[in-house]
Every structure is written in structure tokens, then in C-alpha cells.
Design a protein around this ligand. Structure first.
Ligand SMILES: NC(=O)c1ccc[n+]([C@@H]2O[C@H](COP(=O)([O-])OP(=O)(O)OC[C@H]3O[C@@H](n4cnc5c(N)ncnc54)[C@H](O)[C@@H]3O)[C@@H](O)[C@H]2O)c1
Length: 215
């Protein structure tokens, strides 16, 4: 089933990933959970939980709650992680290496199938899991010859190269970019971009730390 972006807010998807993580923990000792219990762990209201989950269908049983393993299955299906998604890393500096050398960072449903850089001194080097760093100019050929879809890239180039590198990726068929750079990419509306910025998150954290109300 396809969901229209306009109908679903980013926050709902963010919460969906949080529900999944909580459900996986709770599954270790419970088979069912109701919206009140889930809302307490999420620090939200039960109405919010019911509203979020009802965006995607009618999963709960009135008076009984949700079957946890079924709900996990449904959320994984919605997030498309019940199958393996192929991902390439573009830019294998400190950040790219941190990701490629620690596959756990990707979690369930994703595998790195290619690593690309423009640095001639890096190209040809074999890094974790026997993946060779390839020339970034070879993304198109790589995608065409790979047995499976490769639509997603993690962009970890220097900020100054971000827009150029992203445009090249799009020209070569990439449809979704996890943007690790702080550059605000401008790409067509058919391209999905999600930005990750640890520094911005720390600033946000700091604001809330400084403005925390005393209990
Ligand atoms: N998301 C975060 O929270 C976070 C944290 C730290 C750094 N960053 C950002 O991540 C990016 C990478 O940082 P780093 O410390 O790994 O930098 P780095 O200089 O160590 O590595 C950058 C790599 O990108 C390669 N590169 C440059 N232009 C390229 C292009 N057009 N195509 C392919 N490869 C190219 C370089 O050869 C190099 O290997 C930067 O934009 C940095 O600001 C993000």
C-alpha cells in the first residue's frame, strides 16, 4: 500500500519508529499492549497513539489493545524494513567510515552494497565486509549491474560538495538521500531527503536542558 506524503506528517513517521523500538522491548515480556500503556512509555496521550496508528489502518481490538508481534509486523511493513533495502555510501571520510565500519548503525532492513568517493587515494581500497571503495563516477554503472534495486544513498561528502554530489546521484538514478551534511539540498520533489545533524540535535537538547521546569 502507498501512503501520500501530504496526508502523513513527518512527526507521525518519527513516532512510528519510536513505537517500533518500544514494542520490540515490550515484546520480550508481553504479548499485548493497549494505547494507554504505550502512551505512558511514549510520554504522550492514548488518544495520540490511537490517532497515529489509525492513520495506517484499524489494528487494535476494542478493550483488548494491540497484539504486539502483529503490530511490529505491520509497522515494519509500513516502514518497508520487512525486506532488505540496498544502500550506498557516498563520501568515505570520517563519517562514511563510521557508518560502514559499524553496520549496526543501520538497523534492521538495510544493507550497504556500495561505497563511493572521489579521492583517487581511497578508490580501490577494500574496507569492511570486503566492499571496495569505488569511483563516484561509477554509480550509474554500479546500479545498472547490481542484482537488485539501489535507490538510496547516504551522503557523507564535505558540505561544499553536497549539492553537486547529490545532483550527480539523482542523475544516476538515486531517489532517496540520507543527508549527513549540514547543506540544505535543493532537489526535485520526486527525491526524498532526510537530514541528520547531530549538532542541531545537541543544540535542541541544550535548549530543553536549560529550560527544564523544576518538578
Ligand atoms: N550528520 C552529522 O551529525 C555530522 C557530524 C559530523 C560531520 N558531518 C558532516 O559529514 C560530512 C562528512 O564529514 P567527514 O568528517 O567524514 O569529512 P571528511 O573530509 O573526513 O570526508 C569527506 C569525504 O567525502 C569525499 N568527497 C568529497 N567530495 C565528494 C564527491 N563529490 N563525491 C564523492 N566523495 C566526495 C572526500 O574525498 C572524503 O573522503 C561533512 O559534510 C560534515 O559536515 C555530519
Amino acid at each position: 500500500m502507498k501512503f501520500k506524503k501530504l496526508e502523513i506528517s513527518e512527526k507521525v513517521i518519527q513516532r512510528l519508529t519510536e513505537y517500533l523500538s518500544i514494542l520490540k522491548d515490550v515484546q520480550k515480556y508481553e504479548n499485548e499492549i493497549n494505547s494507554i500503556e504505550l502512551s505512558k512509555i511514549m510520554n504522550t496521550t492514548s488518544a495520540q497513539v490511537r490517532k497515529d496508528l489509525s492513520t495506517f489502518g484499524d489494528f487494535g481490538v476494542r478493550g483488548k489493545g494491540y497484539d504486539i508481534s502483529k503490530l511490529i509486523e505491520i509497522i515494519e511493513d509500513i516502514l518497508g524494513i520487512n525486506k532488505v533495502n540496498n544502500v550506498i555510501i557516498v563520501g568515505h571520510g570520517k563519517m562514511g567510515e563510521m557508518i560502514s565500519s559499524n553496520r549496526n548503525v543501520l538497523g534492521k532492513g538495510f544493507q550497504i552494497v556500495g561505497i563511493f568517493d572521489k579521492d583517487k587515494n581511497k578508490i580501490g581500497k577494500v574496507v569492511s565486509d570486503n566492499l571496495e571503495i569505488r569511483d563516484v563516477n561509477g554509480v550509474k554503472e554500479f546500479r545498472e549491474n547490481f542484482c537488485g534495486e539501489v535507490d538510496t544513498a547516504i551522503l557523507a561528502v564535505v558540505k561544499e560538495q553536497a549539492q553537486f554530489a547529490a545532483e550527480q546521484l539523482v542523475k544516476n538514478g538515486i531517489k532517496a538521500i540520507l543527508n549527513m551534511t549540514t547543506y540544505k539540498l535543493e532537489l526535485g520533489s520526486d527525491i526524498t531527503v532526510v537530514n541528520i545533524d547531530i549538532s542541531a540535535k545537541l543544540q535542541e537538547l541544550n535548549f530543553w536542558r536549560l529550560n527544564k521546569e523544576e518538578k
